[in-house]
Design a protein around this ligand. Structure first.
Ligand code: G6P
Ligand code: MN
Length: 440
């Protein structure tokens, strides 16, 4: 079996220890020769890097591992790059969530003005990183989790139109598939989903089992009768349990398909605003919870000198999904995963140059998306407005255009009023001075 060289960009991410553990667990499926972690924040990465050394000594002794802040070291001779960066860190996520909420507008990591602000921060660093990677490894597969994935994917489509080895992915569809599996009492690996939409903005239209039976009707009935919770509910914070519970509300209003959880923000922006605490948002929950736990545990393991008794609670779907995607590409497995690709007729009544999220066969030559065909008026209307918002956001970045930014936010269903759009935009410009291009 061929072994690969992998680089993780964002070594200091709270998701990294979980990913490292999954790489150990899945080393027979996706074996590595060399693993390098890269981060611009040396101190943060070192804590996880020292944990990794101990973990690998015990569970992956044949692996060559080190961590670095040097780009050449990180990207020379690499087959796969997994990216998850957060420009501005949780401190800026907190602002993305709190600034709009303080004005009575939805504040969220990737949706609405929060996602807009994060998008304008991510683009520059993503372009730089991909240029750095391509300088040293022309053919490496770049699997990207960096958010907001819709905005990032659109920006990368424009800057690297001929680079067919950049694949933007999101674990939320797979989180949902696992949750359906739990509810149905079935193995989610055997599901074959039909899904369409934009990132954090899509719908499952069918869920076939091995025999080709559509499980969606049964699933909808179960959710309507008993509610919905994540596959790993026992490990989730309250905000995530609330989010999954909203799937039932969405199904009552729009019973055709099973919605991605992120649609709650677009269907019910006013309801969400009135139920979110503007002084304590998800960023606070993460900083006080996952971030503290992860870094404390990594330090504990480093001091103890063993990771044997370490139970780092993490989301398996998040780390296993990206490894499975790499595996399917690496060994030409041809398995079906939901990924982000350029539309080009997949959804036949949506423009070709939209970055859409759909099911695709993943081969050594990349994703071969499965046709969706025409979508109904309601879904098309929802998607068109969101797509226009995404395109205008990316226009605003490249043109340095205040007007495009204002248009983008006005089109976003979480904002709607142009006066509110202007108010929140002005506040976000001020807060993002160190990160955004100047908007004139
Ligand atoms: C899901 C989404 C990601 C998002 C994450 C936020 O995994 O697919 O795009 O970043 O949730 O989770 P958190 O626990 O940080 O709020
Ligand atoms: Mn996502």
């Amino acid at each position: 079996m061929k072994k690969f060289n992998l680089t993780l960009v964002g070594g200091g991410s709270t998701w990294t220890p979980g990913l490292l553990q999954s790489l150990c667990k899945m080393k027979d499926r996706f074996p590595l020769k060399k693993l390098i972690m890269f981060d611009i924040d040396a101190e943060r990465q070192a804590i996880i890097g020292e944990f990794a050394k101990i973990l690998f000594r015990e569970q992956y002794p044949e692996l060559e591992f080190h961590y670095t802040t040097n780009v050449e070291e990180a990207y020379a001779d690499v087959d796969f790059v997994f990216m998850q960066m957060r420009t501005g860190g949780f401190k800026m996520r907190e602002k993305d969530e709190k600034i709009p909420l303080s004005m009575g507008i939805l504040g969220q990591e990737t949706c609405g003005p929060g996602g807009f602000a994060y998008g304008l921060r991510s683009i520059r660093d993503m372009i730089k990183t991909i240029n750095d990677i391509r300088k040293y490894s022309k053919d490496a597969w770049i699997l990207n989790y960096t958010n907001p994935a819709a905005i990032v994917a659109e920006a990368l489509r424009r800057v690297f139109p001929d680079d067919k080895r950049i694949l933007n992915i999101c674990d939320q569809p797979v989180n949902l598939l696992r949750s359906y599996g739990r509810l149905l009492g079935k193995d989610p690996n055997e599901f074959e989903p039909v899904y369409f939409g934009l990132n954090h903005f899509g719908w499952f239209t069918h869920l076939y089992d091995k025999e080709g039976k559509d499980l969606l009707p049964e699933l909808k009935k179960l959710i309507l009768e008993g509610g919905f919770k994540p596959a790993d509910a026992e490990q989730r914070d309250k905000s995530w349990l609330d989010t999954y519970a909203m799937v039932r509300d969405m199904l009552i209003d729009f019973p055709d398909y099973l919605p991605n959880t992120y649609l709650q923000y677009y269907y019910y922006p006013d309801y969400k605003v009135s139920h979110l605490d503007p002084n304590y948002t998800r960023a606070n929950e993460v900083m006080d919870g996952r971030e503290k736990r992860i870094f404390a545990e990594c330090k504990r393991v480093a001091e103890a000198g063993t990771a044997k008794d370490s139970v780092l609670v993490h989301n398996d779907a998040h780390s296993e999904f990206i490894i499975e995607v790499a595996e399917s590409i690496a060994y030409n497995k041809g398995r079906i995963y939901i990924v982000i690709v350029e539309n080009n007729g997949i959804i036949s009544n949506i423009q070709d140059d939209a970055m859409v999220e759909v099911a695709a066969v993943l081969t050594a030559n990349g994703p071969r998306p499965l046709a969706v065909g025409k979508i109904g008026t309601f879904y098309k209307g929802m998607m068109e407005a969101q797509l226009a918002y995404e395109k205008l956001t990316v226009d605003a970045y490249f043109e340095g255009s205040y007007e495009k930014a204002l248009q983008a936010l006005t089109l976003n269903r979480t904002v709607v009023s142009a006066k509110k759009a202007r108010q929140v935009l002005d506040a976000l410009i001020e807060a993002n001075k160190d990160y955004w291009p100047e908007l004139k």
